[in-house]
Write a protein that binds this ligand. Structure first.
Ligand code: IMP
Length: 427
């Protein structure tokens, strides 16, 4: 049995999709355990280019069964659109998709409420993906959520929806937003559920059987560790847990069953939305990384904030996730730069003689910190066609070694392009 989790080590968009797609070829089951359709994974393979938000990337491998675990919140509209996309590409999903009925559903009021919160916060807004994540997870933890189980029974669903509209509509009215009509929401969600209901079945037994029969299970994390609701840059974070430990509760897995954790980190840093990003470069370097790395959001198309690799952050996220092997992605984006910098810790104005760790303070404290850098020489040579570690330029190897040293984690994969084969396996 191998249970491998793939997790992002920065603020999302680390190219996890590519690695899940690569590793899924050996997996019997690929399962998602967190987030919702705020995720945006791009996969380029023989079936084409797919930008997926909710369905596990393993569906692109015709032999793999895919699971959406109870820790995921589902937007039925997105699920229907993605299932059509797969079917149009010749991929048969009939027996291959399992969606836990314990999943909470994104209801039409969730994105609207999120819009109200964001507007009220003004310049301190989170800069969300507008998929209603905060409100749907808030309803989940305050016992106000509606789950796929509830859609199985029209009376149960009707009662829950009536209660929720009685709570939510007065808020919409107070903000001069058109109220939601019970009958319209009720019929729309039931109709969407009917289209998906054959996939709604509890995957717990399937996963336990796989563990008992020594099968291969791949856990597909969404977002990145620094967006974790608890350990990320709160409140500039997402609504669920993004750490490998979340896979245990999000799927019903014994924690000790997760043997391998593949951490994905970009060779530099990006972030979408607001919040501290110590190594952000708003000058020339940031622009180069944005353009060379085509750093525009998969879901929102927003340009991402870019800057140097922050090894202090990646060291922390390797540690908290128990990363056993690192994948360093988009190394080719650094090809043209003569000098490279790597962040190794922070100086705070109140304690300038100390080099601090990320976990020593909160978001406001981090905003006041300045990163401390080391400098390395660039390689100024194209790497996109290189497929073996030995062929990499000396300075690229030195950069990789330095990242291993600073993060205290071995690098197993280096990605030099979006295609499946644009990958160097180091060991
Ligand atoms: P939400 O998850 O839509 O509530 O957004 C909260 C924060 O997480 C915002 O800063 C988003 O930009 C960020 N975020 C959410 N999902 C992703 C992702 O898949 N990649 C990168 N950032 C994300």
């Amino acid at each position: 049995m191998t249970v491998t989790a793939v997790v992002g080590l920065q603020w999302g968009d680390e190219a996890k999709g590519k690695f899940v797609d690569l590793l899924a070829k050996d997996a019997d089951i690929v399962a998602r355990f967190n987030g919702g359709d705020n995720a945006g994974h791009t996969v380029v393979n023989d079936y084409g280019t797919f930008k997926l938000r909710l369905t596990p990337n393993g569906l692109l491998n015709p032999k793999t069964t895919c699971v959406i675990g109870p820790g995921v919140v589902v937007n039925l509209d997105t699920l229907i659109k993605e299932s059509v996309l797969f079917q149009n590409s010749g991929l048969d999903l009939t027996d291959r998709l399992w969606i836990s009925p314990r999943c909470h559903i994104v209801m039409p009021y969730h994105p609207i409420l999120e819009g109200i919160y964001e507007q009220a916060k003004g310049s301190s807004r989170t800069g969300t993906t507008k998929r209603g994540m905060g409100p749907v997870f808030a309803d989940k933890v305050s016992y106000n959520g509606i789950r796929l189980y509830d859609l199985e029974n029209e009376e149960v669903f009707a009662e829950k929806l009536r209660i929720q509209l009685a709570i939510k509509n007065p808020i919409l009215k107070a903000f001069e937003i058109q109220e939601l009509v019970f009958e319209q929401v009720f019929q729309e969600k039931l109709e969407q559920y009917r289209q998906l209901s054959h996939w709604v079945r509890e995957p717990y037994g399937l996963i336990q059987d796989l563990l008992a029969s020594n099968g291969d299970l791949l856990l597909e994390g969404a977002q990145g560790a620094l967006l974790d609701n608890q350990w990320g840059t709160y409140p500039y974070c997402t609504a669920s847990t993004t750490l490998s430990g979340g896979a245990s509760a999000g799927l019903g897995l014994p924690p000790k069953s997760i043997e391998n954790v593949v951490g994905i980190a970009k060779a530099y840093t990006t972030r979408v939305g607001a919040g501290p990003m110590p190594t952000e470069d708003s000058g020339e370097i940031g622009k180069i990384l944005l353009e060379e790395g085509a750093e525009y959001g998969t879901v929102t198309h927003r340009p991402r904030r870019c800057g140097w690799l922050d090894a202090e952050l990646v060291r922390f996220t390797c540690q908290i996730n128990g990363v056993t092997e690192l994948a360093l992605t988009k190394l080719d984006v650094l090809d043209k730069l003569p000098i490279l910098r790597i962040g190794i810790g922070y100086r705070h104005p109140d304690t300038p003689d100390q080099l601090h760790h990320y976990w020593q303070g909160d978001t406001r404290w981090l905003e006041a910190c300045q990163p401390e850098y080391i400098e390395m020489e660039g390689w100024q040579q194209e790497t996109k066609d290189i497929r073996s570690y030995e062929q990499l330029p000396q300075n690229a190897k030195a950069y990789i070694k330095k990242v291993e040293e600073l993060t205290n984690t071995p690098i197993r994969y280096i990605s030099v392009g979006p295609e499946r084969d644009a990958t160097i396996q180091v060991w």
